[in-house]
Ligand binder design. Structure first.
Ligand SMILES: Cc1cc2nc3c(=O)[nH]c(=O)nc-3n(C[C@H](O)[C@H](O)[C@H](O)COP(=O)(O)OP(=O)(O)OC[C@H]3O[C@@H](n4cnc5c(N)ncnc54)[C@H](O)[C@@H]3O)c2cc1C
Length: 501
């Protein structure tokens, strides 16, 4: 039985470990931190639980292939998910627009808001419905079955948006609230198709939330790995991969242990892993994609507050636009607020957690990481960010003034320390328009038995691509092994027909 050593116990690594076990290989996952999951995580602060990952999980609709993958990985438990009414809300001059789960309701709201934008509204929602069919979900909200012609009909609309950024898309609308509704969630620079994909995913019921939050999801995956006989070594940092004659032979751990392996699967950020563990540059295919014009990496800083549930002025997520003066202070033109009333166990009775997220571009993320070199200054700056976030929330929602208690502040430097991602980036790439993402090769030139499994192999990254990369890495090992799968019929892995050892 081939021994597979997996560096990193995030979603990519857990997925690789589970698929390895399902296919008769022997997996050992080494994870630096004390818990598995990587970015898919959460933590306690006193009586409160801070959930720090999933805003929407692609693949919660049972008719999709991604759902089958999550089922293989045990990620959803009994398959039941948390369905929220809306993904996010924008507001202007007292008028609100929400991205409802119910697409017809969204359409009605948009048309009521701005009849003169009718053409653009119908065109946008037709593209959203086209993507829903493309996802393989047979029924749209209108009950229309998918047919070949329906799919073909969607192509011109999708091509139309392919060239547009979210900002370009927003500019096509007269109504200022609709414009900020479109720009507010992902920001102007992303490909408009990315926003359309988010809308399609959420509105088709294919982007719900895992029950119990992010940490519960990663705990279920870790449990699945060990139930299948895989080893999960927590608090185990791999500091070097020992190579001989073009093959990796062992992982050398920071605690001095040497773990022998037939194959090594690397799952963390290649920008850090390659120079640190293999003493070689990042493979050209990965470096080249990251260097494409407009493709960016980003991170965020966040705060979490304890808040009275009865005082909460919105549900779900709320996009708070910031003034130019606030932009200078926070580094962004908007702050995403999120509440967790859908998970009552995250806070004492009558309370909830209110979180903020402010995106940082690469230079801003690097500045946070540099600041952490001076711990006192960094600590003071985090406290200042907490005060700034509290002020901005209270200015917008005066009923919350004096009623928020700061639980925690975390930044790109936290992500860098926690997951070893170069700039603390947690979501792969920001994708500009006109680039069609494709899966990058997972082989490492010059090393026959080292394979990559990471969200960095498929833009824009995120949980499904991370999990899929783990499955692909195992397929690569199986091909290299030239062996037949031994998988019980009821445990058929994701897309087994793609295996051709
Ligand atoms: C705030 C936030 C919101 C998000 N929202 C969403 C969302 O709504 N939907 C979505 O799909 N995705 C979302 N994501 C992104 C998602 O979490 C990531 O895409 C995914 O978790 C990446 O998984 P990964 O395994 O590839 O990498 P990581 O999570 O980075 O895991 C890598 C692991 O490797 C470990 N490691 C690194 N170096 C070593 C070493 N030398 N030895 C041992 N272990 C090592 C790290 O500790 C880490 O656990 C969000 C992330 C965050 C933080």
């Amino acid at each position: 039985m081939a021994k597979i050593l997996i560096v990193g116990g995030g979603v990519s690594g857990l997925s690789a470990g589970i698929y390895a076990q399902l296919n008769g290989l022997e997996a050992t996952v080494c994870e630096s931190r004390g818990t598995a999951g990587g970015n898919l995580t959460g933590w306690r602060r006193g009586d409160y639980f801070i959930d720090n990952c999933v805003h929407w999980l692609t693949g919660t609709h049972p008719e999709t292939e991604t759902y089958r993958m999550w089922r293989d990985l045990g990620a959803l438990g009994d398959g039941k998910t948390v369905q929220t009414e809306s993904l996010y809300t924008c507001e202007q001059n007292g008028r609100r627009l929400s991205l409802w789960r119910d697409l017809s309701r969204l359409e009605a709201d948009l048309l009521a808001r701005s009849p003169r934008d009718e053409r653009e509204i119908r065109s946008l929602l037709s593209a959203v419905r086209g993507v829903i069919r493309f996802l393989g979900i047979r029924k749209t909200d209108s009950g229309e079955p998918v047919g070949r012609f329906a799919l073909l009909r969607a192509v011109p609309a999708l091509l139309r948006y392919h060239r547009l950024s979210v900002g370009d898309l927003a500019d096509r609308f007269y109504d200022p609230l609709i414009r900020s509704f479109l720009s507010g969630f992902l920001g102007d620079d992303f490909a408009s198709l990315a926003l359309i994909a988010v809308m399609a995913t959420y509105c088709s019921g294919n982007g719900d939330l895992p029950r119990g939050g992010s940490l519960a999801m990663s705990e279920r995956m870790a449990g699945r790995l060990t139930d299948l006989g895989g080893k999960l070594l927590l608090g185990k940092t791999v500091s070097e991969i020992s190579c001989e004659n073009g093959r990796a032979v062992a992982a050398l751990c920071a605690d001095g242990e040497r773990l022998e392996a037939d194959y090594v699967i690397l799952t963390a950020d290649p920008a850090v892993l390659f120079p640190r563990l293999l003493r070689r540059p990042v493979p050209r295919s990965v470096a080249k994609f990251g260097a494409k014009a407009g493709v960016g990496r980003f991170s965020a800083w966040h705060c979490a507050f304890a808040c009275d549930l009865s005082a909460l002025p919105f549900r779900g997520e709320y996009v708070l636009p910031l003034s130019p003066a606030d932009c200078a202070e926070t580094g962004s033109d908007r702050m995403i607020l999120r509440e967790f009333s859908h998970e009552p166990s995250f806070a004492p009775r009558g309370k909830t957690v209110l979180q903020t997220m402010v995106f940082c571009n690469e230079p801003a993320a690097r500045a946070f990481i540099a600041l952490r070199e001076t711990p006192d200054v960094y600590r003071e700056y985090k406290q200042q960010l907490g005060r700034t976030a509290e002020r901005l929330i209270a200015e917008r929602f005066p009923t919350l003034a004096g009623r928020l208690t700061c639980l925690d502040v975390w930044t790109p430097a936290t992500y860098r320390r926690y997951t070893s991602s170069e700039i603390g980036s947690f979501m792969g790439y920001a994708l500009p328009p006109r680039i069609i993402p494709r899966r990058l090769p997972n082989r490492v030139p010059g090393l026959r038995n080292v394979v990559l499994a990471t969200q960095w192999l498929h833009a824009p990254g995120g949980l499904p691509f991370a999990a899929e990369s783990g499955m692909q890495a195992v397929l690569t090992v199986l091909r290299a092994e030239q062996r037949q799968k031994r998988v019980p019929a009821e445990e058929q892995p994701y897309r087994p027909e793609t295996v051709s050892p």
